[in-house]
Design a protein around this ligand. Sequence first.
Ligand SMILES: [Zn+2]
Length: 684
Amino acid sequence: MSQPNPLVEIGFRIPFDQIRAEHVEPAIDELLADARARMEALASAGGPRTFDNTMRALDRMTDRLDFAMSVVRHLEGVATTPELRAAYNAVQPRVSAFYSSIPLHAGLWKAIKAYGETEQARALAGPRRRFLEKTIETFRRHGADLDAAGKKRLEEIDLELATRTMKFSENVLDSTNAFELVITDPGQLAGLPETARAAARQRAEEKGQPGWRFTLQAPSYVPLMTYLDDAGIRERVYRAYYARAASGEHDNRGLVRRILELRREKTLLLGCDDFADFVLWDRMAKSGERAARFLDDLHARTDDAFQRENRELAAFRRATEGADAPPLKPWDVARYSEKLRQALYDFDAEALRPYFPLPRVIEGLFAICSRVFGIRVIETPGVPAWDAAVRCFEIRDASTADLLGAFYADFHPRENKRGGAWMDSLITGGPGPGGHEPHLGLICGNLTPPVGNRPALLTHDEVETVFHEFGHLLHHCLSRAELRGQSGVNVAWDFVELPSQIMENWCWEREALDLVASHYQTGEPLPEDLVAKMKRARTFRAANGQMRQLGLATADLALHRQYAPTTDGDPVTYTRNIIQNFSPTPLDSDHSMIAGFTHLFSDPVAYAAGYYSYKWAEVLDADAFTRFKTEGIFSEKVGWEFRDQVLARGDSVDPAELFRQFMGRDPDPQALLVRYGLIPEQAS
Ligand SMILES: [Zn+2]
């Protein structure tokens, strides 16, 4: 044998500079075999069942495999090569087949149930009791209790769901790509900014076409709908966008029906009669009914501001185009909103960039976290990583100097790196001989890069992104949970964005901005008038933004709770009738939004019955931040409580309980409504 395979052994210092594509398959196969062997050993262990030999063994059963896969998945995302992608694609199906086989392993299920019946298990309390109960429920919900015929049917349903949902997303992609609009008359481009024209010209050149080419992809669609003067073209593109995958060879309507039927059948097979309840049992909302009430309540509280915004926009059109200007059509809304925004605010987000050089932003972020959460973040140079641009940091407790965690930061785009911003965990620490072992994670972004000697100058949005991902990272690195499965970000989907989104709040507070913003040439703080404009722009037509999200979330829950394929007819019409109640203008009969709604139908579960989570998490973070607002945005006391009662706990306690411990009550949407200017501040 030559060199040892660096993916096989877990170590805190990951030898990123030594991992190559050819290590992937042998390492993953070896670790799959290891995990299988541990599963068999767990299932057939002799002697009395204990928490250690059953539950803890289960919690650790796949740790080596999880770690190696997280490294491979990560490298495929940030330093991909054709060889690495091929290796990843080769192992991925084997690994996911193994994970889905775990709850169906009869011996393992028997072992867990046997432990559940012991005296020791009955006496369990706190996190360990929660872990046992959730494990048993999770196994049941994955079919552990089904007889052979039931398991076979479950497998068929899962397989059909996988193929149907994949076909759904292919149809969306294909029908999106099937549309193009080539404009050759420059007069028709009136209103469109130079950057959007240049992009359209480039898209045409790539196809060897004259003129300007427009598509239904967001970078083309959004500027066209926002800026183009020509209403006829806007109408055509809008109609094409909302008719995607609703007819012809890429028609998704039958698939939507079938996917909903399969989800319902699966729910019934597993002993539950409501798909939303089935999905939400371990989320903070707990039931479809509760999620629906949450949406209805926000809808009612947003409606006044929504109607007011719509009247304002109609009045603005009449004021600029005359009293007989026609009512706004759906394809007019973005265009006139932008005109109104310019008329009211004259705010260019780009003007903020010189005040947000990345080094200062990071320094400010660390300073804020140091004051609020009692930690120190220190850069550790010379750590091998996947690219020379990657930096490595340690997080230590400010009072004990204990190492809590370490992380890599990879901030800027590269050709071999995927888009977006994200946090990921690599190693999850737990109690060890020398105290709680440190965690290891990473944050990645595609932020504006530095140019020449000038530092990277960020937009305010990008600053929020850095804070957001760092919040996820703190959730991972400050975890004190005993069990891996309950550590850090392994929490309910409608709770996981609380630690990240709450961090964004500091990006809107003057005193915090003074730590984060400083002109990269003059060192001056952010001018007060820019801060005021930035805040005003935040509330502009916020009720419309919120209504849109509420409409999609309401339609999602209705489809998964009430819709009956046999009596409710075409799902497109059914959904349109719901969304209409949240739309600023009447929708035409060709509006077929649901046929292209990949969030709900491009994966066996995806966001199905979970779209409400976006708003839910916003309510949590706005509400939780009110404690900082009232007791001080740098309050050590509130910061410690958040660290101790939320960040440190992971999923070891029910998230609703964690929230109650921190706030002393259940979540209240008031703070979110104030944030968006939907109700006046003094009313809160
Ligand atoms: Zn997030």
